[in-house]
Design a binder for this molecule. Structure first.
Ligand code: IPM
Ligand code: MG
Length: 371
């Protein structure tokens, strides 16, 4: 396959996690005989510093011309108070909205190799979970009307969902559940919020089209608690933009570290945005300490969802598992002092690439059941 992938490295540790992910894609191309070109684009704080604009004109259009967009992280305290109300995070939200990627898939899988890094006692030696959070990404309170009242005496943000927005997100979630363990949990706050009550009504209707999938509802406060109490009860979780943001950070740390979690943001075509769920981590930026695996696993999702290269995606996931199996760890996932070999971001990337170039297809455990 011959295609171009847009890349935005972004701020903080962004470039340190994007580098290894790009090299991983290049290694996949070499092993499987593809040709991937990269189109570097800029957004966020780095773009502000260079152009005085967190989303330079033409960025969205340039990304749209590519097969997919791979993104590191945007934002940081240096750009919190920019003139004109610009924010790197706003650039990210505009990219998501303009590129129409309404369904954000965030798989949280506890790999057996990382049990020692799981903060849950009961999972430290055995047990596993494999959760797919399907987060609505282009609506809800992130995009509703907001503002300040007269004289700044109050402020408001609005959570609004249309039937169309809920329905298309639920279809992605039901279809994912149908391919997995056939269990969908819709997370909301229907005991308080009208928009959540609409989510329930739409779910009741859409679920009739997926009779093989069992479907239940959790309030978000209970879901947050159940994730800690017993994460293995979940298969697919479908939820709104903000609840999904919060629950995916919570779920990620159960896998050992937020640095492990990839994401794929999809729309109605093949294009997708692929980014780790972590932020720009300015406290460790520039120190080669970041965990590139969340971004490398995002690249695996890119291969699978935007390029339709299933075996290539699996090869990347297997290489990650193999690197972990060999004891390689970045500091955030260190847990077993006797056996861990601590690596920097670059070296971890090289370890994964080594396994991609070396391993033959179909061997070993994969890092999750996928979408
Ligand atoms: C995420 C991040 C973003 C979000 C921020 C940076 C705007 O937390 O991707 O989870 O809230 O969506
Ligand atoms: Mg978040």
């Amino acid at each position: 396959m011959n295609c171009t992938i847009a890349v935005i490295a972004g701020d903080g540790i962004g470039p340190e996690v994007i580098g290894p992910a790009r090299e991983t894609l290049a290694a996949v191309a070499a092993r499987f005989g593809h040709s991937f070109g990269f189109r570097e684009l800029e957004a966020g704080g780095a773009a502000w510093d260079r152009y005085g604009d967190t989303l330079p004109p033409g960025t969205v259009e340039a990304a749209r011309e590519c097969a997919a967009l791979l993104l590191g992280a945007l934002g940081g305290p240096a750009w919190d108070n920019l003139p004109g109300g610009q924010r790197p995070e706003r650039a990210l939200l505009t990219l998501r909205k303009e590129l129409g990627v309404f369904a954000n898939l965030r798989p949280a899988v506890l790999l057996p190799q990382l049990r020692a890094a799981c903060p849950l006692k009961a999972f430290a030696e055995r047990g596993s979970f494999d959760i797919l959070i399907v987060r609505e990404l282009t609506g809800g309170i992130y995009f509703g009307e907001r503002g300040r009242g007269e004289g700044g005496s109050n402020a408001y943000d609005t959570m609004s969902y249309s039937v169309h927005e809920i329905e298309r997100l639920l279809r992605v979630a039901f279809e994912a559940a149908a391919r997995r363990q056939k269990k969908l949990t819709v997370v909301d706050k229907a005991n308080v919020l009208e928009s959540s009550r609409l989510w329930r009504e739409v779910t009741e209707r859409v679920k009739k089209e997926y009779p093989a999938v069992s479907c239940d509802f959790f309030y978000v406060d209970n879901a947050a608690m159940q994730l800690i109490r017993s994460p293995s009860q979940f298969d697919v979780i479908a939820t709104s933009n903000m609840f999904g943001d919060i629950l995916s950070d919570e779920a990620s740390v159960l896998t050992g570290s937020i640095g492990m979690l990839p994401s794929a943001s999809l729309g109605s075509g093949g294009f997708g945005i692929y980014e780790p769920i972590h932020g720009s981590a300015p406290d460790i930026a520039g120190q080669n300490k970041a965990n590139p695996l969340g971004t490398i696993l995002s690249a695996a999702m890119l291969l699978r969802y935007s390029l339709g290269l299933e075996s290539e995606g699996r090869a990347v996931e297997e290489a990650v598992t193999a690197a972990l199996e060999a004891g390689f760890r970045t500091v955030d996932i260190a847990g077993d002092a006797a056996n861990d070999k601590i690596l920097g971001a670059k070296e971890m990337g090289r370890a994964v690439i080594e396994f991609i170039s070396r391993r033959s297809e179909g061997e070993g455990a994969t890092a999750g059941r996928g979408r």
